[in-house]
Design a protein around this ligand. Structure first.
Ligand SMILES: Cc1ncc(COP(=O)(O)O)c(C=O)c1O
Length: 409
């Protein structure tokens, strides 16, 4: 049996009235994310030192327990040793930005690979990248700055844990903690960057700032590309659940699947914390809506009040449902993965990694929701455990066991 909390909880949801997933990928979205952007990002990222595809787990015990055919879980806990899929996005955008600055300095076209050329070390040291983050994106940008040799300043808000701050400092970044929430840290980073001539490398796009966030999303495409290749040939997933912060990750996955599968694209469900449901609210309103975060969700990586405009362009047409879940589901979902159901392998998944799973568990245990979302004995679901224990202390508090104990069990 599932924990009662899944059977007793309800979820807020909205079937996307503008969904047009049953037509081919619209031409106007090619300028946001195209197959060639994904391919370029893949060509580069898969050459970075220590690149390895992350595992895709098949969880038959869990599928059986919730009365569906299959559950597949892409496990990002080992991504480049940074512990989340975000390693793919921010660091790639840093590389693209540095190439642009080197081209400007040298007055000629350069390949992305030339960013690693020692000849350019001095120029790169004069470049400072900056971003706001609630952890994982900043870790990726700091890692990218370290790997490619430029300066880095990261802005975090009051609630970002000390563990996550220290992880960014380990890559040599200067980390500035501000009063206020994530959206305040975005504004502070932008103001300081403008004053100091730094370059913002953001995972969210807004009016007048779209180039690098596109590349961040293109980088995320590596994860879904791997997953599609790892799925068994006859997998034929019926549903994909993805957690949303600003929507960049969900948009990248949605765009990739739409471009590669067309009308065969599985039902696409975006899941957010109910304390930070800007995508759901935007879907209900039919245009981007900014919400005020009144209290911080435990799902730190998803605590965003403003959608990424480019992500919205894709999701507003490509997502089938937007859903929000309460925080109370997070720890039981993490424990369920840590324990493994009926012999399933244990998976270390952090607080922001399990929203999609939590939504599936609520739906699967509720007959009306099963009907509404067409979840049944034939359903094959793809989930993304988007981070591991990116803060091991918080992980231990929520799961009741140390990361190492779970891994070795
Ligand atoms: C672990 C994790 N999962 C999912 C997301 C959501 O990504 P996005 O903000 O692009 O929607 C984040 C964002 O930081 C994250 O850290």
């Amino acid at each position: 049996m599932l924990d009662d909390v899944f059977l007793e909880s309800d979820i807020v949801r909205c079937a996307n009235p503008r969904a047009m997933g049953k037509v081919p990928y619209p031409a106007h979205l090619e300028s946001v994310l195209s197959d060639s952007m994904f391919a370029q990002a893949r060509a580069e990222i898969t050459r970075w030192p220590d690149y390895q595809p992350t595992p895709l787990h098949c969880l038959p015990g869990l599928a059986d327990r919730i009365g569906i055919k299959r559950v597949f879980l892409k496990d990002e806990s080992t991504r480049f040793g940074l512990g989340s899929f975000k390693a793919l996005g921010g660091a790639y955008a840093v590389q693209r930005l540095l190439r642009q600055e080197l081209q400007r300095a040298e007055g000629k076209e350069l390949s992305l690979r030339s960013v690693n050329d020692r000849r350019y070390d001095q120029i790169k040291k004069t470049v400072t990248v900056a971003t706001a983050t609630d952890g994982n994106h900043g870790r990726s940008v700091a890692w990218g700055a370290h790997m490619f040799g430029c300066q880095c300043v990261i802005y975090i808000h009051a609630e970002v844990s000390e563990g996550r701050k220290a992880a960014m400092e380990r890559f040599g970044a200067r980390v500035v903690r501000i009063d206020g929430n994530y959206d305040d840290s975005v504004r502070q980073a932008a103001a300081d960057a403008a004053r100091n001539g730094w370059f913002i490398v953001s995972d969210t796009s807004y009016d007048g700032y779209t180039d690098l966030p596109k590349q961040v999303m293109a980088g995320y495409g590596v994860m879904i590309h791997e997953a599609v290749r790892q799925l068994p040939a006859d997998a034929g997933c019926t549903h994909v659940f993805v957690q949303g912060g600003v929507g960049g990750l969900a948009a990248a996955i949605c765009s990739y699947l739409w471009q590669n599968m067309g009308q065969e694209k599985p039902k696409f469900i975006v899941v957010e914390p109910d304390l930070a449901d800007c995508l759901l609210r935007s879907a209900i309103r039919g245009e981007p809506e900014t919400i005020t975060i009144k209290s911080e969700t435990i799902m730190a990586g998803l605590s965003c009040g403003e959608v990424s405009l480019l992500a919205w362009d894709i999701l507003s047409l490509g997502a089938d449902y937007f859903v929000s879940i309460p925080d109370v589901l997070v720890a039981p979902s993490m424990r369920l993965l840590a324990d493994g159901v009926a012999g399933d392998p244990p998976v270390v998944a952090g607080e922001s990694a399990v929203a999609g799973l939590a939504a599936l568990l609520v739906m699967a245990g509720n007959p009306a929701l099963r009907d509404e979302f067409e979840i049944n004995r034939d359903s094959k679901v793809l989930l993304f455990a988007t981070e591991g224990a990116t803060d091991p202390m918080i992980y231990e508090q929520l799961v009741g066991r140390k990361v190492e104990t779970v891994r070795d069990s």
